[in-house]
Design a protein around this ligand. Structure first.
Ligand SMILES: *Cc1c(COP(=O)(O)O)cnc(C)c1O
Length: 368
């Protein structure tokens, strides 16, 4: 059998800059700058510049970034925040942690992202914000979402965990809404060697507040002005992220080349791909397809040595954790269809042309 092709392979990515990472580790050891500190601060500045925003606050993971963004907006018990049903569950956690309730809205049938046409019906007098997700690396329809949000006096926050460097009408995600929330979980397009995340914004008041929240609620050491959290970004992660950020655009370009090949060369009526609107530029975090019989597709790919994944097998509104919110099957039909039929093809910058060719051939020879 031919060599195995996995959905993702971080080892190949790390190998390409191993020496630089080791030197970054050594600098952190030499300075003993472990929690927050100079290396975390420097990465925050670099990432703010990269996103084209005034400020960035590094935190310990993407879930905390979302939680902090909700807290900075003053969202709490009794409030509602609109969240897409088709996303990774952590998008909703930050809302729930504040005591507010996520309100799940279906995705469109072709972009698979938050459907602006369904927003109006979900708005109530309790709604405070819309939390959109740039899913699989593809910016959601920010313009229309923002228009509806403005009509109702709602904030728009971006979940950018899958979309570092993606463009919406030429603007970086993370600079569009009130705040952008990023994850640096291993496997995201930009990742830490452990956990990491950040919030970006042009509003420095939000970032100052998040800097306090993540630091036990204090601006001045041992004086705690509010109940805080320990959510600081580790120094070693800041140092690693600064190295990787230099290569992000190069990695993204390669993902886009692979995405373009898949889009152009996968020709099989049994396979449907995500629609990419012309005013957006995806960074292809994941390459998700749907096919009528997922199990047969997975078996067919495995026979060719190709191992896919699913993002995600259960939509948020049907997760057991949210049973108390009273959603049922049929509430978000597009998200439910995706959960039952989605597959993620191999997608990472180091895939070779031969490997991409094998994935395309295997997709095209699938007969259901
Ligand atoms: C990964 C991810 C998160 C959570 O980030 P963590 O760093 O794992 O906490 C949130 N939202 C989306 C869309 C994600 O993909």
């Amino acid at each position: 059998m031919e060599d195995r092709i996995n959905r993702i392979d971080l080892k190949r990515n790390i190998a390409s800059h191993r020496q630089e990472y080791l030197e970054a580790f050594e600098r952190v050891l030499d300075d003993a700058a472990f929690s927050g500190g100079a290396y975390a601060d420097r990465f925050e500045e670099e990432f703010a510049r990269y996103c084209g925003v005034k400020a960035c606050s590094g935190v310990n993971n993407g879930t905390s970034a979302l939680h902090c963004a909700m807290l900075a907006l003053g969202i709490g018990p009794g409030d509602e925040v609109i969240v897409p049903a088709n996303t990774y569950i952590a998008t909703a956690w930050g809302v729930t942690y504040t005591g507010a309730a996520p309100v799940f809205v279906d995705c469109t049938a072709d972009t698979w992202e938050l459907d602006p046409d369904r927003l109006e019906a979900a708005v109530t007098e309790r709604t405070k914000a819309i939390l959109g997700v740039h899913l699989y690396g593809q910016p959601f329809e920010f313009g229309r979402v923002k228009e509806i949000a403005d009509c109702h006096g709602l904030y728009v926050v971006e979940d950018c965990a899958q979309a570092h460097g993606a463009l919406y009408e030429g603007k970086m995600v993370g600079s569009l809404g009130e705040m952008g929330c990023f994850s640096f979980y291993p496997g995201k397009n930009l990742y830490a060697f452990g956990e990491g995340g950040c919030v970006t914004s042009d509003n420095e008041d939000y970032i100052r507040h998040i800097n306090r929240l993540k630091n036990q609620g204090c601006d001045v050491r041992y004086y705690h002005d509010e109940v805080g959290y320990n959510m600081r970004l580790e120094g070693v992660q800041g140092a690693v992220l600064s190295v990787s950020l230099k290569y992000l655009d190069q990695w993204t370009k390669r993902r886009q080349e692979i995405g373009s090949r898949y889009l152009a060369e996968i020709r099989n009526p049994l396979i449907t791909m995500q629609r990419h609107p012309e005013n957006t530029q995806s960074v292809f975090h994941l390459f998700v397809i749907t096919t009528p019989d997922r199990n047969r597709f997975l078996a067919h790919m495995e026979e060719a040595g190709i191992f896919c994944d699913m993002h995600y097998p259960v939509p948020c509104h049907l997760q057991k954790a949210y049973a108390g919110l009273g959603y049922k099957k049929g509430d978000c039909p597009n998200a439910e269809y995706l959960s039952e039929h989605c597959n993620s093809l191999p997608m990472y910058p180091e895939l070779t042309e031969a490997e991409i060719g094998r994935v395309i051939d295997a997709c095209n020879s699938f007969r259901g």
